[in-house]
Ligand binder design. Structure first.
Ligand SMILES: Cc1cc2nc3c(=O)[nH]c(=O)nc-3n(C[C@H](O)[C@H](O)[C@H](O)COP(=O)(O)OP(=O)(O)OC[C@H]3O[C@@H](n4cnc5c(N)ncnc54)[C@H](O)[C@@H]3O)c2cc1C
Length: 506
């Protein structure tokens, strides 16, 4: 049969949170108005998570796919720019480090920069690692700009992401998708019908009694996982043994000092979890992520309120989850994207990236109406690998710590981690070696920032560094340090950059 006859004729997306509208916007852009019908069903009666406010640089690829104007998007979502994440009190109380977006130093003679730095550091001759990262230095000074065309200068290579109001982001994408032909239906899905012949999804039933059929269903119903789990019983892999946090309470507040907007997310460790701080143009997002086994809700709210820098601008909003992922994110004619597919936890802001990545994989493996199992298996294998690497990276923050000042941290220190993460830590601890594997999301820079920041100390370094005499290494490191520092000096303040290009009218 020709593929034309076999094309998917209708896609139904269930859920209008960030996942639903990101999926709808991307499908509408790529498929255009004539390929097939796209319908999104959402219910105003069921609230969205709406706290996905921090992103990672890969989101620029999604913006490019949609072709959206970045300044307009930042303005309409009251957004700010993000150069990294500052981790406070994770290794020990009083310690802090930056996980910047962008390289530390520059590789020399095909050897990673950090090996030269490790050698000098072991002799006590260098500045802190983050002083060799433009993103980290600029972030701490409250500075930001986009890359300039300046040859070898670090100013030519500024990697950044965004903070934004997640509700406004979903609205922005909704307008984008609806303008491009997505049909939006308001209504609660009350029943899901499977085909008796093969267990594929046939239709969803709305509270109004309307039955909506489709060839392909995208489950964006959030933690409920209405289709993939509720109807199809796909199964879930539970990671709470290594990721114990299962609850968050969010309370936005006014900024203490509106005169400066730092372009980074803050993650401040607590006795039983951590508190995020996300600066937006009009307010600051805050949330305490904790394990309900180690602290109750009232105490968590009290701790969060105590640490708010300004007047609260909302009531406490509780979110509860189980960390882990669906056994299959794509099952028969149902693809789960967003929280219905799984959730690692908010540290390192990977939720929206996993949505974007799910959409990209779906485009790459887009089915015809016959649904080839090999396409589905490939999607599921890639998704599992991606989730597992992200899980390992996040577990590293909890596991590699000297903190033992509470039952929570003692639990983290003693938990059994995956052999793959253990191997990565062992490899780094021996001679500082780091490899990015299987197209994993986080690159060597990220692993270095967090392994170093969390206090891992390699015993050695790549011995090929010894080919260069120490005086030359020192000279080069001093030069790089000075270039980074001078580059940061020329950057505008983040707040001024926003005022100039993307200030929202609130
Ligand atoms: C505490 C916390 C902090 C986070 N922080 C970040 C972050 O900083 N960065 C990041 O990238 N990610 C973050 N995430 C993840 C991010 O919030 C989610 O990935 C993102 O919001 C996508 O959610 P969703 O659309 O899958 O689900 P939801 O927002 O829950 O949306 C579900 C949708 O399904 C609809 N629905 C449900 N049931 C029905 C029904 N019966 N009928 C009709 N409609 C229905 C709802 O109305 C809603 O529209 C965070 C998550 C949590 C929990």
């Amino acid at each position: 049969m020709s593929s034309k006859v076999n094309n998917i004729k209708k896609i139904v997306i269930v859920g209008g949170g960030t996942a639903g509208w990101m999926t709808a916007a991307a499908l509408a852009k790529v498929l255009g108005k004539n390929y097939c019908e796209i319908q999104l069903i959402e219910s105003d009666a069921i609230s969205t998570v709406s706290v996905g406010e921090a992103t990672i640089p890969q989101i620029s690829l999604f913006n490019k796919l949609l072709g959206i104007d970045e300044n307009d998007f930042v303005k309409k979502t009251k957004g700010t720019f993000k150069l990294g994440i500052e981790f406070i009190d994770w290794t020990k109380k009083g310690g802090g480090y930056m996980h910047p977006f962008g390289d530390h130093g520059t590789n020399m003679d095909a050897i990673q920069f950090h090996h030269f730095w490790l050698k000098m550091n072991q002799q006590g001759k260098v500045a802190d690692l983050e002083d060799y990262s433009l993103a980290a230095v600029a972030a701490r000074q409250g500075k930001f700009m986009r890359s300039q065309n300046m040859g070898n200068s670090p100013l030519s290579n500024i990697n950044y992401a965004f903070h934004f109001d997640a509700t406004l982001y979903a609205q922005y994408l909704r307008n984008f998708a609806v303008e491009r032909g997505v049909n939006r239906s308001e209504g609660k899905v009350v029943d899901v019908c499977l085909r008796s012949s093969d267990g594929f999804l046939d239709s969803v039933m709305l509270e109004s009694g309307e039955r909506v059929e489709a060839d392909l269903f995208v489950d964006c119903s959030g933690f409920k996982a209405l289709l993939i789990e509720g109807a199809m019983k796909t199964g879930f892999i539970d990671w709470s043994d290594v990721l114990p946090c299962d609850t968050a309470v969010a309370i936005p507040c006014k900024a203490k000092d509106p005169a400066i907007i730092y372009p980074f997310t803050q993650a401040k460790a607590q006795k039983t979890g951590w508190i995020w701080r996300i600066p937006l143009q009009h307010r600051v997002g805050n949330g305490y992520v904790y394990s309900s086994k180690f602290i109750n809700d009232d105490d968590a709210v009290a701790i969060l309120k105590d640490q708010l820098e300004g007047e609260p601008v909302g009531e406490p909003n509780f979110l509860r989850w189980k960390t882990g992922m669906r056994k299959k994110s794509w099952n028969k004619n149902c693809v789960a994207i967003g929280l219905s597919a799984g959730f690692v936890e908010p540290l390192e802001s990977t939720g929206l990236h996993l949505i974007q990545s799910g959409i990209a994989k779906l485009m790459g493996l887009f089915p015809h109406n016959g649904f080839d199992q090999i396409d589905i298996d490939t999607y599921n294998n890639q998704t599992s690998t991606e989730f597992e690497y992200i899980r390992d990276f996040i577990v590293l923050h909890y596991k590699a710590t000297d903190r033992d000042d509470s039952p929570f941290w003692r639990h983290c220190q003693n938990m059994e981690i995956s052999p793959r993460l253990q191997a990565k830590m062992d490899l780094y601890n021996a001679n500082g070696r780091i490899y990015r594997q299987d197209a994993e999301l986080f690159n060597e820079t990220s692993w270095l920032a967090v392994m170093h920041g969390q206090g891992l100390k390699p015993k050695g370094y790549n011995p090929l560094v010894d080919v260069m005499v120490d005086a030359e290494i020192e000279r080069r490191l001093t030069h790089i340090h000075s270039v980074i520092s001078k580059s940061a000096d020329t950057m505008p303040m983040h707040k001024d950059f926003i005022e100039k290009y993307c200030k929202s009218n609130f």
